[in-house]
Design a protein around this ligand. Structure first.
Ligand SMILES: *Cc1c(COP(=O)(O)O)cnc(C)c1O
Length: 461
């Protein structure tokens, strides 16, 4: 009697947790499985492929070798695994409450990266980047930050391994997010608003327009100049590059094991894309299986309608920054001069996309969708009211598509398993939620003309 009663009330598991010794021992490198080789980055002066030596002023050799590695598995150094243990393995959740609210027949799971001290997936790469720099005798790192997540994460990694960090923070965000700034400083890093008077490039931008609100492209140019002009300093990038995406694959490797614990296999994987790193982190280990013919998945990248590089950009060689200081990379781009309109509240404002993600899109291995911001905040609020976690504005893009797919499944009477990456919490983004709840957050349609003009600046290669 009691037993049957107990079974009736047996809780369906909500969290799937791995012990610390299941922190992955190797990252997954998708270069080993790509259907065609990744087009090489080019020297903007000569148009020739760049070699490791060209990158040496900016990056430590250990990371350059990871950037060009073709090995399927790259070992994670033990001190990095130790630092990962501050928050890894991260939990996998089954979204029972969201499923019930939607009345869907789909089963929804999410990997939650907001448990890191910085509140997002970004420490997954900040920690190994800082460690490799430290090993090679680097004293100081320069970087940019947009929404503030990356600056926070690199500041944290600098504190862990004893490196100085200077953060060029996009002016608009510096003014709007004083608490992100304070957290970066609490971790011991120096932060300035970009464009800043501390670099030649920043001074040139300010001379032309003293009120320039800044952009990721401008901040990257400043951080690159800082690193290139100081012997003790290297540059660190929080997304886009191959080695950054590879570091993030701890997310997908853990998720694969946790899905097996749950006794399920995903049919659809969803991630939001700014530069592509959290999306790659969750999906690349699964895409590897797909590329090797071991499994099949639908993979959906979700971007903001205000910065739609995958859905409305071109697949061409372009600069990673506004000042044209970086190598040329073949990627989906809106043009390195593209500036999203300031009414767009979320992160995900970069003009380009990671080369590996771009190639997968070009090859038809992944799908992409663009979503307007009011819809994403609506999905974020529904998620918070059911699952309890306040998502960062970026993953609300993924959540909106997960909800669409779950409702479609209900209509069609199918029961797909959907897995998405909840790549950060939104505790520093309540200003944007407040605007959404007050009804003052706007949607607009990005005019084709604006994209056409920005694309005029893309080199003819
Ligand atoms: C930085 C960031 C993003 C965008 O960068 P990706 O490289 O595309 O992941 C998305 N979500 C959160 C929470 C971030 O911090």
């Amino acid at each position: 009697m009691v037993r049957r009663e107990e079974r009736k009330h047996a809780m369906k598991p909500t969290k799937f947790l791995l012990p610390e010794d299941r922190i992955p021992k190797a990252w997954y490198n998708i270069n080993a499985d790509l259907p065609v080789p990744l087009p090489p980055p080019l020297n903007p002066g000569t148009g020739q492929p760049i070699g490791p030596a060209d990158l040496a002023p900016l990056f430590p050799m250990g990371l350059i070798l990871q950037e060009v590695s073709q090995e399927r598995e790259v070992e994670i150094p033990e001190p990095v695994r130790e630092a990962y243990s501050m928050y890894r393995p991260s939990p996998l959740f089954r979204a029972h409450r969201l499923e019930a609210a939607l009345g869907t027949t789909a089963r929804i799971y999410y990997k939650y990266e907001g448990v890191s001290p910085a509140g997002s997936h970004k420490p997954n790469t900040a920690i190994p980047q800082a460690w490799v720099n430290k090993q090679e005798g680097v004293k100081r790192l320069a970087t940019e930050t947009g929404a503030g997540q990356w600056g926070t994460s690199l500041a944290l990694a600098g504190a862990i391994f004893g490196l100085e960090v200077k953060v060029y923070m996009v002016r608009a965000s510096y003014d709007q997010k004083p608490y992100r700034r304070a957290l970066i400083e609490t971790y011991g890093a120096e932060v300035v608003a970009s464009p800043s008077p501390t670099t030649n490039y920043g001074r040139s931008v300010l001379a032309a327009d003293p009120k320039n609100p800044g952009s990721l492209g401008i901040a990257i140019s400043e951080a690159v100049e800082d690193a290139a002009t100081r012997d003790d300093t290297k540059y660190a990038l929080g997304s886009v590059l191959n080695h950054v995406l590879m570091h993030q694959t701890v997310i997908g490797i853990e998720a694969m094991e946790q899905m097996a614990m749950a006794g399920d296999k995903p049919d659809i994987l969803v991630g939001c894309t700014g530069g592509g790193s959290n999306f790659a982190g969750l999906t690349f280990p699964f895409i590897g299986q797909k590329l090797r013919g071991e499994a099949d998945y639908r993979i959906i990248a979700v971007e903001p309608a205000a910065a739609p590089s995958l859905t409305r950009g071109v697949y061409r060689y372009d600069f990673g920054d506004t000042g044209q200081m970086t190598p040329l990379v073949k990627m989906h781009t809106l043009g390195h001069d593209f500036l999203p309109d300031p009414i767009h509240a979320g992160g995900l404002r970069y003009h380009g996309m990671a080369a590996q993600v771009s190639l997968l899109k070009d090859q038809g291995i992944i799908e992409a969708r663009a979503v307007h911001q009011k819809r994403t905040f609506e999905a974020g609020v529904q998620f918070a009211r059911t699952e309890g976690i306040l998502p960062a504005p970026e993953p609300t893009h993924a959540i909106s598509v997960v909800i669409d797919e779950a409702l479609k499944a209900k209509e069609e009477g199918t029961s797909p398993v959907i897995l998405f990456n909840l790549c950060g919490h939104g505790h520093f983004d309540l200003g944007a939620y407040e605007r959404y709840l007050q009804g003052t957050l706007e949607d607009y349609d990005l005019p084709q003309e604006k994209i056409r003009v920005a694309l005029e600046g893309v080199p003819n290669l």
